[in-house]
Design a protein around this ligand. Structure first.
Ligand code: A2H
Length: 255
């Protein structure tokens, strides 16, 4: 774990269409009518957002709906909302205004916008290793550059009934975002194969894969998409982050 504060980027992923289970629950909450609702994903890799294929939540995690101002609502853990309140993210300074709470499992199947992504709208899916104690409890899935994300996507495709998902929700393929000297354009899938990882339960090998992929990408990677195509990942990272924030698609979030 890092010693200093982690500087995340909070990605605002607007809901396009609710899962049936959530739509039913939200129907009875008049204060949500006409509001824009956003899942907020916390990422350390804003430059990879071009490659989102899904968004992950933890099935057993509780998610709150928090009023940002008169027109917007954020979906994340209560823990993250408290941090956001301290960081001035909400209009009601320092205060958390929770409208309702819902189980992660029910959110699965919701369709949301994926800012900057080649796939502009993606689905919310379950991931077993989402921690309630880190970030917002919402994770963007970037299978090209995150071994955890890639393996989870493979698991979901292999066993859609077990995970209670419609196979079409996991049908977007990894999108090349950056090229690395050793592995080419799909670094995470290559390393998952190299380390013979079989499932998202292989947490030890996945931690090793994450280390390899991160080092390759951050120190040797070159962007292959977006405004900073051709730039090194190190150069692109703060610039993509700034662009997303300028466009109102993201905000700074630390913990
Ligand atoms: B990263 P750190 Cl492409 N539970 O974003 C589990 N994982 C979480 C999480 C939670 N509650 N909240 C955030 N994360 C993930 C992109 C990415 C990330 C890529 C490559 C590596 C990578 C797309 N997923 O992270 O423990 C998020 O995934 C590798 C470290 O604070 C976030 O950044 O270092 C990262 O873990 C934060 O983990």
């Amino acid at each position: 774990e890092a010693l200093g504060p982690q500087e995340y980027t909070g990605i605002r992923m607007e809901v396009v269409h609710w899962s049936a289970a959530t739509a039913k629950t939200l129907d009875s909450i008049p204060s949500l009518r006409g509001k824009k609702v956003f899942f907020v994903a916390a990422t350390l890799r804003p430059e990879t957002m071009y490659g989102q294929t899904n968004c992950f939540v933890g099935s057993a995690i509780k998610y709150g709906f928090f009023a940002v101002n008169d027109s917007e609502v954020y979906v994340c853990t209560l823990r993250a909302a408290r941090n956001m309140a301290f960081q001035g993210v909400f209009q009601s300074k320092g205060q958390v205004n929770q409208i309702t709470e819902i189980d992660g499992l029910k959110l699965v199947g919701t369709k949301i916008k994926a800012p900057f992504a080649i796939h502009p709208e993606v689905y919310v899916l379950p991931m077993e290793n989402v921690l309630a104690t880190k970030g917002t409890g919402v994770v963007t899935c970037v299978p090209s550059d995150s071994p955890d994300d890639y393996q989870t996507l493979l698991d979901l495709r292999k066993k859609p009934e077990f995970y209670k998902i419609d196979p079409s929700w996991a049908s977007f393929d990894p999108v090349p975002v950056l090229s690395t000297p050793t592995y080419g354009e799909l670094t995470a899938p290559a390393v998952v194969v190299q380390l013979k990882i079989q499932s998202q339960k292989d947490t030890k090998q996945l931690a090793e894969a994450k280390e390899i992929v991160y080092k390759e990408g951050f120190y040797g990677g070159t962007m292959v998409v977006g405004e900073f195509k051709g730039s090194s990942v190190q150069e692109a990272k703060p610039q993509v982050r700034a662009r997303m924030i300028e466009a109102g698609l993201a905000f700074a979030y630390a913990e």
